[in-house]
Design a protein around this ligand. Structure first.
Ligand code: PEP
Ligand code: MG
Length: 572
């Protein structure tokens, strides 16, 4: 029987494939007595042998894809499995106590784990973690359940998970992973944002998909409407294959606009820019006719590794993006770690409210060396293109002044050392904290530009965690309160002869685009996959009509009324 679930449509498109479950396996077992100890020892040895083969495969794949240093962790696991001092006592325990292999493995390794954890030496304490990992792997083979490893996927699947962290998402191989669906998350959680840059269909926040899907079940992901269909019928398969073909035809139509500028029907040019996370995302920007990079989320450079990127590594990445865009504008945002973006090697305290806590510019001020390294790399790269630097999570004018002073200081030092630095770097801030949106007139006197980060601005204005699907109904980009804040920011910048962009997800939202054009937004920055359909829409709109629409929208009471108004204007 087909089963349908509704979630939040996070990335366009249709995926039809077998399910790959990325969930923690159930490794529970009962202690029992065995009659035939020899065959129990053999069962244990077989599980060890398969675990070794598996680890070697993962090790080699990690070395190939991520480098030798990333592969070393698996070498450590192999060492554990090859250690007779550990394996021997487990076999002994099976023989002497007539117990099943699962409990001999568990009890013996517990003794070793406790011993290593009690040591003073940090290196030795880390061995306890290795033993835990290895125990989990061997146990999974004894119990016949598999531990998922997304980097080893080598056939077409849709990934089904409770949640995906940004670094899980970064590991997904686009050639095989056709889409993903999760229990938790919202449209602006970073795994959803990454799905859009990978251009794979995704649905988040279904609350329960992992309870209904088993390994290899056939699943359809309808990323256009947010529907998940498990065990589809022949009719449903046929229907969605047709939707898939129609969507591809629609995209081919939009492609024709790739080399055009974005001009409204009445001749007003606005800039359609792309959000990127890595230099490799530039391929998508160029393929989709992006006129600029409106947001480079540099934190992805710091993720999926176990140490900070050096100044040189960062310089190379920034240079690649700047030269790749051939003189077109590139807005680079300084490090925005915290919230749902963590670094395994940066020891951050557990926080009650991480999105309201030690994040972004706050964390950079407290780790000034980190900040200065990034700024130096950016300044050195500035001569390779049209660089604009933007600070995230600015709440006060004082924070902007402090960040600017540190940047100026690094610039002075570089120049004194004879390093060439561009003298036309624009300096802006993200407007994502309501305090800054309200005080935009004062900020506008000091910054060169604003970029409105609606993902955070909406969560902070509505007091609704962007990661929490239970309050996702409060993610209301069309709520008049949000529109009024956006208007305040745009007007304040224009009054000072500055410009305003938007790099939150709202900028590529097809219902919001007409409103934003009417409010006078200068630059729309979005997932590369949304650029062409937005260009197609903007070409059909008269800015003068949209100004009237926006004026009316600002005086509505609810988001629903605003949506109805947009529909009325667009239909006319
Ligand atoms: C935003 O908050 O709108 C934004 C673009 O930044 P991020 O999604 O990375 O927090
Ligand atoms: Mg933000």
């Amino acid at each position: 029987m087909a089963k349908e679930l509704k979630g939040i449509a996070a990335s366009d498109g249709i995926a039809i494939a077998k399910a790959y479950l990325l969930v923690e396996p159930d490794l529970s077992f009962e202690k029992s007595e065995v009659a035939d100890v020899e065959s129990e020892v053999k069962r244990f040895q077989d599980a060890v042998a398969i675990s070794k083969q598996e680890l070697e495969k993962i090790r080699n794949k990690a070395a190939e894809d991520l480098g030798e240093d990333k592969a070393q962790i698996f070498d450590a696991h192999l060492l554990v499995l090859n250690d007779p001092e550990l394996v021997g006592p487990i076999e002994e325990a099976i023989k002497s106590s007539n117990v099943n292999a699962e409990s001999a493995l568990h009890d013996t390794t517990d003794t070793f784990i406790a011993m290593f954890e009690g040591m003073d030496n940090e290196y030795m304490r880390e061995r306890a973690a290795d033993i835990r990992d290895v125990r989990k792997r061997v146990l999974s083979h004894l119990l016949g359940v598999s531990i998922p490893n997304p980097s080893l996927i080598d056939e077409e699947v849709v990934v089904v998970a409770e949640d995906l962290t940004p670094s899980d998402t970064a590991q997904l191989n686009r050639n095989f992973v056709k889409g993903f669906v999760t229990d938790i998350g919202g449209r602006t959680s970073h795994s959803a944002i990454m799905a859009r840059s990978l251009e794979i269909p995704a649905i988040v926040g279904t609350k329960e998909v992992t309870h209904h899907v088993a390994k290899n079940d056939m699943v359809i992901i309808d990323g256009l409407e947010g529907n998940v269909i498990i065990h589809p019928t022949e009719e449903q398969l046929a229907h969605y294959r047709k939707v898939q073909t129609d969507f591809a035809a629609q995209q081919a139509e939009w492609e024709k606009l790739k080399n055009e500028k974005t001009v409204s029907k009445d001749g007003v040019h606005v800039e359609l820019a792309a959000n990127i996370g890595t230099p490799t995302d530039l391929t998508g920007v160029i393929a989709n006719g992006g006129e600029a990079v409106g947001l480079y989320r540099t934190e992805f450079l710091y993720m999926g590794r176990d140490n900070f990127p050096t100044e040189e590594e960062q310089f190379e990445a920034y240079k690649a993006v700047l030269s790749g865009m051939e003189g077109k504008s590139v807005v680079v945002r300084t490090l925005d770690i915290g919230g749902d973006k963590t670094l395994p090697y940066l020891d951050l305290p557990e926080e009650m409210n991480p999105f309201l806590g030690f994040r972004a510019i706050r964390l950079c001020f407290a780790n000034e060396d980190l900040f200065r390294t990034q700024l130096r790399a950016l300044l050195r790269a500035s001569i390779f293109g049209n660089l604009k630097i933007m600070f995230p999570m600015i709440a006060t004018v004082g924070e902007f002044r402090d960040a600017k002073a540190i940047l100026e200081d690094e610039k002075k030092k570089l120049i004194a050392d004879g390093v060439e630095v561009s003298d036309s770097i624009e300096l802006g801030i993200m407007i994502e904290i309501p305090a800054a949106a309200v005080l935009a007139d004062q900020f506008a006197k000091e910054v060169d530009f604003f970029s409105i980060g609606t993902n955070d601005l909406i969560q902070y204005t509505m007091a609704a965690d962007r990661m929490n699907e239970r309050v996702s109904y409060l993610y209301q980009p069309y709520n008049p309160s949000i529109l009024r804040l956006v208007k305040n920011v745009i007007d304040a910048s224009h009054k000072e002869g500055k410009w305003t962009g938007m790099c939150g997800e709202m900028a590529g939202d097809q219902t919001a685009v007409p409103l934003l054009l009417g409010l006078g937004l200068d630059e729309f920055s979005m997932s590369a996959s949304s650029i062409l359909k937005s260009r197609s829409l903007l070409k059909r709109l008269n800015k003068s009509d949209m100004e009237k629409l926006a004026a009316e929208a600002l005086n509505q009471s609810t988001a629903e009324e605003v949506v109805a108004l947009v529909e009325k204007y667009i239909a006319e």
